[in-house]
Design a binder for this molecule. Structure first.
Ligand code: SF4
Length: 234
């Protein structure tokens, strides 16, 4: 079998365009996807950390009504913020939001910055959150790379990270950034997140219904060995 990374650019563009086609009819709908306000998107991304999207959706809607701007969040007491987010878990989340609002007021006049190094300087913002804000709020051509996206890459392209924490693997980030199309970067990133949740799932991926199966490295490998779908998480 050919090495999976070879021929990546052609396979990458097929992968991106197939995902975008799939997304047209299969997209999930979340309230933060209807917003272009960087503050709202930053809040949503912080909520989504270690929490399922369907759990975040109702809390997010109430939160942005109650604290519609960085200024309002900055003026709130930690206990008020905590009462708005307690059901999401993570005891430190309220304090982190309060600190974030303070930093945004003091250093950016209440705006969310649009550069990676400034975003990374904020409390609780790591590479994934910064990339998500740059793409979803500012429309920049940036990848989002979480454990679910890495799973799709590992199956479809046969990619493996040598790092103990693949999310920190610069090579994977470079490959992921290279796959984001010039047009519709937001839709592409939503598409891969939705595809990982609905089709290329951690357990029981729906290979027989998958629009990418003809070019999927894992599917072809399993088929050759007599199986019909990935038996376990690669
Ligand atoms: S064929 Fe199966 S393993 Fe390959 S991308 Fe589709 S769902 Fe994932």
């Amino acid at each position: 079998m050919r090495h999976p990374v070879r021929g990546m650019s052609l396979r990458g563009s097929r992968f991106s365009s197939s995902l975008l086609r799939w997304f047209q009819s299969e997209r999930r709908s979340f309230p933060w996807r209807r917003s272009r306000t960087p503050y709202h998107i930053l809040v949503a991304e912080l909520f989504l950390r270690k929490t399922q999207a369907k759990q975040v959706a109702p809390i997010y809607a109430v939160f942005v009504r109650r604290f519609p701007s960085v200024r309002r969040l900055d003026k709130a007491r930690v206990r008020q913020i905590r009462s708005a987010v307690w059901s999401l878990g993570l005891a430190t989340r309220a304090q982190q939001l309060k600190l974030l609002a303070r930093q945004l007021m003091e250093r950016f006049a209440g705006r969310v910055p649009s550069s990676e190094h400034e975003l990374l300087s904020l409390a609780g913002v790591g590479t994934y959150t910064a990339s998500a804000v740059l793409c979803f709020a500012f429309g920049q051509r940036r990848a989002v790379l979480d454990a679910n996206v890495i799973r799709v890459f590992s199956r479809y392209f046969g990619l493996r990270s040598q790092k103990s924490r693949p999310r920190t693997d610069k090579r994977l980030w470079q490959i992921a950034d290279g796959l984001v199309p010039n047009q519709k970067p937001r839709e592409y990133n939503w598409a891969i997140l939705d595809f990982a949740a609905k089709v290329c799932r951690a357990r029981h991926p729906l290979c027989s219904e998958c629009p990418l199966r003809k070019t999927c490295w894992w599917f072809r490998r399993v088929k050759r060995s007599g199986g019909i779908k990935p038996a376990k998480r690669p």
